[in-house]
Design a protein around this ligand. Structure first.
Ligand SMILES: NC(=O)c1ccc[n+]([C@@H]2O[C@H](COP(=O)([O-])OP(=O)(O)OC[C@H]3O[C@@H](n4cnc5c(N)ncnc54)[C@H](O)[C@@H]3O)[C@@H](O)[C@H]2O)c1
Ligand SMILES: [Zn+2]
Length: 339
């Protein structure tokens, strides 16, 4: 087991990689009413273990990351007489953790919470860092808070029940972490790709630990995304637009988005063509998409509509080389002229 403590502001969040969900009681605070939030797939595979606690089930898929689901959770919390002495335990992937973390952050102005992170994507990225929220008005993660879970258990053994497409999607965020910060991790994934795809436990564990370390170090410096944390959005500016337009998984959309950003990086930040090919080769070998059927003008239009709400400039994350990202503030006007 590998344990790491993230210090964000005055809060500490413990991440345990390779810890069995069966050891949950070691992490739960004593004397609190525990309420579990999860979905049908987790209940099917692991429901027996959690049956001793009240369970709030939410729907599966991105379409459930909504204020309606938040209201559903709050209604159920009221029925269970949950209060600030309760403890919310989210068990699931990025969707469950994002919505449950948000509910725990706002219900009665905040109830302590923890995660059992069950997908590769949420173990390497989504469940770590304290960002939570829901989609709104057609935009991703439009409403949410920054609030750290008390603990995140990343039980890598749970990956074995994950559907193949969801498993592969998780690699996009690993490639992202490697591409922006860690050329060594990028090389490791290239060398061990067959074992990684075959879900070799040691290889997966290594990838999860490395990715979390990268994210934790960035989040500790800049929890609220005022600067450095923006590099974690590599592939996401275009990726979120592709996700909204096509409905492919978050990881798949990030893969497409990384390739779009990397192609811009060749002229924009001196990213060598040979490394662009390396990135494309790795993503393709993992089984992730590198192109999309969505039209470039639609992607740009969706992206601009989204970003215009925030400011008149986009912080575009480009690559200088594999393992080194640069943040380029690009005026929206400049992008509009491309469309
Ligand atoms: N908060 C953040 O910092 C952050 C970072 C990255 C991504 N995200 C968000 O995460 C979401 C995507 O999360 P995801 O990729 O984990 O998808 P997901 O939560 O939709 O899970 C994928 C599917 O796998 C099922 N599942 C989960 N664990 C399983 C297991 N162990 N065995 C069998 N089935 C299992 C789920 O029920 C679901 O149907 C997106 O909404 C994205 O925006 C958030
Ligand atoms: Zn992401």
């Amino acid at each position: 087991m590998y344990s790491l403590t993230i210090h964000a502001g005055s809060v500490e969040s413990q991440v345990a990689v390779g810890e069995s969900y069966r050891h949950l009681s070691k992490y739960l605070p004593a004397g609190r009413q525990v309420i579990v939030i999860t979905d049908a797939s987790i209940l099917k595979h692991y429901g027996d273990f959690f049956s001793a606690w009240p369970i709030i089930e939410i729907g599966m898929g991105e379409k459930n990351k909504t204020l309606d689901t938040l209201a559903h959770i709050c209604n159920r919390l009221l029925e269970y007489n949950a209060d600030r002495n309760s403890f919310i335990l989210a068990v699931g992937g990025g969707i469950v953790c994002d919505v449950a973390g948000f509910a725990a952050s706002v219900y009665m102005r905040g109830v302590p919470f923890g995660f059992i992170s069950t997908t590769l994507l949420s173990q390497v990225d989504a469940s770590v860092g304290g960002k939570n929220g829901v989609n709104f008005g057609g935009y991703k993660n439009m409403i949410g808070t920054f609030r750290q879970p008390q603990f995140v258990l990343c039980d890598t053994a749970m990956i074995k029940t994950l559907p193949e497409r969801e498993f592969i999607s998780g690699f996009a965020e690993i490639v992202k972490a490697a591409a922006i910060c860690d050329a060594g991790l990028f090389g490791y994934l290239e060398r061990n790709i067959d074992q990684a795809i075959a879900r070799n436990r040691e290889v997966i564990r290594h990838l999860v630990v490395k990715s979390i370390k990268i994210k934790a170090a960035i989040v500790e410096q800049d929890e609220r995304e005022k600067g450095e944390r923006r590099i974690l959005n590599f592939g996401h500016t275009f990726g979120h637009a592709v996700e909204a337009l096509t409905g492919i998984t978050h990881g798949e959309a990030v893969s497409v988005g990384m390739m779009m950003a990397a192609r811009r990086s060749v002229a924009g930040s001196g990213f060598p063509e040979s490394q662009l090919e390396r990135l494309e080769h790795l993503l393709t070998k993992l089984g992730l998409p590198v192109t999309t059927e969505a039209r470039p003008e639609d992607i740009l239009r969706t992206l601009l509509k989204d970003k215009k709400r925030e400011s008149d400039a986009i912080y575009m994350v480009l690559l200088h080389e594999i393992g080194k990202a640069v943040i380029c503030k690009t005026p929206i006007e400049e992008l509009e002229n491309e469309g």
